[in-house]
Design a binder for this molecule. Structure first.
Ligand SMILES: [Fe+2]
Ligand SMILES: [Fe+2]
Length: 215
């Protein structure tokens, strides 16, 4: 629920760090949910190992952010937080491919798009400590997107499905709304995430009619 308010004020930075801490807390639960919920699908051991590792990284991110909040005289739970991430989890609880499409490959990939600008804004107002935490999280999240894509592709192939078409179909069915450009192609490429998966789902600019044809 971080508003686009001035990061120059401590309150604005606390709101941002609090919103990010809430996302990371949800991300811990989402990683463990992947480990616990889909045990009946004959998944290999490596699937569980990967998501346990992601869960540990999300816990580290939560600790980095709550540590920084403490330095600023605040703590997790001080502010309200929205439920968007958990709603996505609930919506995809019955479909592992939808979960992988929506959580790592839409929501975490969206984090890659917006985090560098947030970190740069923090640097510009002189908060290098918070900025460096965001950069560390950003580097790890590239790995989480890569992990999500690797498993989506692998599970689709094992089930005789086309990974790209399946990704697009699941996002259209389970994710409300279009994906928001501009995309951070550099980070998405670093995660091995091909643009032809997500570009076709991007929000289109609505063309303005040049002339009204109604008469
Ligand atoms: Fe994270
Ligand atoms: Fe993550």
């Amino acid at each position: 629920m971080a508003k686009r308010r001035a990061f120059g004020s401590p309150a604005g930075r606390i709101a941002l760090l609090h919103a990010l801490a809430h996302i990371e807390l949800n991300a811990i639960d989402l990683a463990w949910d992947l480990v616990a919920r889909f045990t009946g699908e004959g998944l290999p051991r490596a699937f569980f190992d990967d998501w346990v590792e992601v869960a540990a990284e999300e816990a580290h991110h939560f600790e980095l952010l709550t540590g920084r909040l403490a330095e600023l005289g605040a703590g997790y739970g001080d502010l309200p937080a929205h439920d968007g991430l958990w709603e996505a989890a609930a919506a995809t609880a019955g479909d592992l491919l939808a979960r992988l499409a929506v959580v790592p490959l839409v929501l975490e990939a969206r984090g890659l798009d917006v985090t560098p600008e947030m970190a740069a804004r923090l640097e510009r107002v002189g908060d290098a400590e918070s900025a460096s935490i965001l950069y560390e999280i950003y580097r790890d999240e590239i790995g989480h997107v890569a992990t999500g894509l690797r498993w989506l592709d692998r599970l689709c192939r094992a089930r005789g499905l086309d990974p790209r078409a399946t990704f697009q179909e699941r996002v259209r069915r389970f994710f409300k709304g279009d994906l928001k450009p501009p995309f951070n192609h550099e980070a998405r490429n670093a995660a091995g995430f091909p643009a032809d998966y997500y570009e076709p789902l991007a929000m289109r600019e609505r063309p303005q009619p040049l002339i009204s044809t109604s008469s």
